[in-house]
Ligand binder design. Sequence first.
Ligand code: 5GP
Ligand code: ZN
Length: 114
Amino acid sequence: MSHQTDANCIFCKIIAGQIPSMKLLETTHSYAFLDIGPIAPKHSLVIPKHHAAKLHELPDEYLADLLPVAKKVALASGAEQYNVLQNNGRMAHQLVDHVHFHVIPKPDEQQGLG
Ligand code: 5GP
Ligand code: ZN
């Protein structure tokens, strides 16, 4: 299957293997990898193989695969508690203009201060 890509997009380059990444999981439509600037251990990103900047621009077939992959990534993290976040536009804190879901595990309560 050939996916629509953008030659200038950092996440398209990651999918193509032109930029290295710590891959966690790959499906026909999606790619999951560790965030390079984690705000928590195992902070991960789940992205579609189709280039689209914002969620509303992404074809449904790609959209439909993202949450099942995010679910597997969350499960594999072993975290009981976690955030799944997705930003659209600069005002909404989006820095990379290729749709991505953050999966951000919360540390175990035993390891934190409560
Ligand atoms: P945003 O603010 O757009 O929702 O989040 C973009 C995320 O992509 C950030 O958490 C940032 O650390 C991550 N990121 C940016 N460039 C790279 C990269 O080259 N490799 C990886 N693994 N993550 C990246
Ligand atoms: Zn892209």
